[in-house]
Design a protein around this ligand. Sequence first.
Ligand code: SF4
Ligand code: SF4
Length: 187
Amino acid sequence: MKSTIKKRTWKAIYRLLDRVSPVDGDCGRLCGSVCCTWGCNENPDNNTGTEIEMGIYLYPGEHKIHDKKDSWLKWSVEYAEDYEFPPSWKGPVYFVKCTTPPLCPRERRPFQCRTFPLYPYISEDGIFSLVYNYENLPYTCPLIDNETPLNRDFVKATYTVWTHLLRDPLIYDLVESDSRRLDEKSL
Ligand code: SF4
Ligand code: SF4
């Protein structure tokens, strides 16, 4: 899959998000860092009684700034066609799982970890905004549950990076299709 987001842009995005945090202090103390421990472990699927393997997918081009030899991340490659990605997504998609959650080299954590609990939303009129990531979370994030006001610099930086990322057609398609799915769920 060909991303238009260059390696140096991903590096700049990481640098910008390194400087901000959703709230002051470590919000993991509120919940036992549940988004890390749930997000990167095998967990029971209450519907089937089996274990489901969780992980984090990297956005197009993001893999270029990671080293697959790093021991703190376990990599797997899936094919977009096998999952519910937009039709424009074809070929390999990189999934990672950190091996020692909730501990990781903070400056290396993936993009998804940096922007949670916010998620991009594009309205049917094409207006972009950030929303709390309510979708299908198998755990409770106190920041979302309490609609905790997030730090302004975090929201601003997250908004800025998304406006850059949405210039990439693949990322735009993904956010748009996720937004329509969100619309259907909130009907
Ligand atoms: S973002 Fe939410 S779920 Fe994750 S550590 Fe903070 S409060 Fe917990
Ligand atoms: S990479 Fe770091 S921030 Fe992301 S889920 Fe793993 S421990 Fe948490």
